[in-house]
Design a protein around this ligand. Structure first.
Ligand code: NCD
Length: 346
């Protein structure tokens, strides 16, 4: 394992992650990626530890990925599903968490459709003075840190498989396209990509951009491409965050394109004329990728609506698509997070 300093007790958001913490996660994940390529893919690191997956919202890849990651580290795993739990009998979220605490849980991996639930559980664990770590596996429209970290690892280890690190993304052009308004993945990605020094371009119809960004667009309706600038340091002369309500300027010379699912379950109003029109204007296809750098790569956190945000053909094209590699990277990155949170406790 790389020698690292890690003082974080919970992983709830990437907003306050330091460059050193990103690099620690990337390097630790790289060592676990190596373990996963061996014949025996298991290490005894978290033997005797209990990891509880508290998923109050449906999930395929995140939940399976955390479960496999915990098992590869030899932890014991508990799996909770809201629909088949005592919550249907009126038990509160905090009482459910305390039940898992009483069983000796060391790490709680929490997903909930309301923003802030993992923070509330972490605050309760702190209040009780117990050494239980909480890992946010996606809360409402707030954040999804482990997904953004696996996206970061997928990209950085493509550039330098032996030594993935944050600085590899400096000045790379990354476009995030689609339903940014409802995306907790994008909200975490924005922190990590800005921290890396990448040029981040967000492209979406104004109805699918966060309110602050959409208001900026309305105020500057004379522009054809918005430019909302955030620099990593106030003295930095290079703008880092650009907003577009047309796809083409975001794709122009991009190194990486991340497309997002239209999250219909979180939409409270009709925000789009039709899925067909959305695909025409914002769907990523082989033809549209011609605007990007020749070796551009495409990412998607999944689950994918084929033929809506990305064409079916492109999704399956190994020359461009990193979608399967994101899923694979997810196990090593989640092993890294569980290891970093769990290794301090025994
Ligand atoms: C994302 C999520 O649940 O936020 N998926 C994931 O965790 N891989 C994105 C989505 O639901 O579209």
């Amino acid at each position: 394992m790389p020698t690292t300093t890690w003082n974080r007790h919970h992983v709830l958001s990437l907003a306050d992650f330091t460059s050193a913490e990103y690099d620690t996660v990337l390097q630790t994940a790289a060592s676990f990626q190596e373990v996963l390529s061996r014949r025996t893919k298991k290490v005894p690191t978290l033997q005797g530890h209990v990891v509880a997956n508290l998923f109050f919202e449906p999930s395929t890849r995140t939940r399976s990925s955390f479960e496999l990651a915990a098992k590869r580290l030899s932890a014991d795993t508990l799996n909770f599903t809201a629909a088949t739990s005592s919550m249907t009998k009126g038990e509160t979220i905090l009482d459910t968490a305390k039940t898992y605490l009483a069983m000796g849980t060391d790490i709680m991996v929490v997903r909930h459709r309301e923003a802030g639930v993992p923070n509330a559980i972490a605050a309760e664990m702190n209040r009780l003075g117990v050494r239980v770590s909480v890992l946010n596996a996606g809360d409402g429209q707030h954040e999804h840190p482990s997904q953004a970290l696996l996206d970061l690892f997928t990209i950085c280890s493509l550039i330098d498989p032996n030594h993935p690190r944050l600085e590899l993304l400096k000045n790379k052009k990354i476009a995030i396209v689609g339903d940014i308004l409802h995306s907790r993945v994008a909200r975490s990605n924005i922190w990590s990509f800005i921290a890396s020094g990448a040029q981040l371009h967000l492209a979406a119809p104004p109805t699918l951009l966060p309110k602050l960004f959409a208001e900026y667009i309305l105020e500057h309706s004379e522009l054809t491409t918005g430019e909302f600038i955030i620099s990593s340091s106030p003295s930095s002369p290079t703008p880092q965050l650009f907003l577009h309500w047309q796809l083409e300027p975001a794709l122009q010379d991009a190194d990486f394109v991340m497309t997002l699912r239209l999250q219909k379950e979180r939409m409270t109003a009709h925000l789009l004329p039709s899925l067909r029109e959305y695909h025409q204007l914002f769907g990523i296809t082989r033809t549209k990728l011609q605007l990007c750098k020749p070796n551009v790569k495409v990412l998607h956190p999944g689950p994918v609506n084929r033929g809506v945000e990305i064409s079916s053909q492109l999704m399956d094209d190994p020359e461009f698509s990193l979608i399967q590699s994101q899923v694979t990277s997810g196990i090593a990155v989640r092993m890294a997070l569980l290891y970093l949170l769990g290794s301090g406790k025994s």
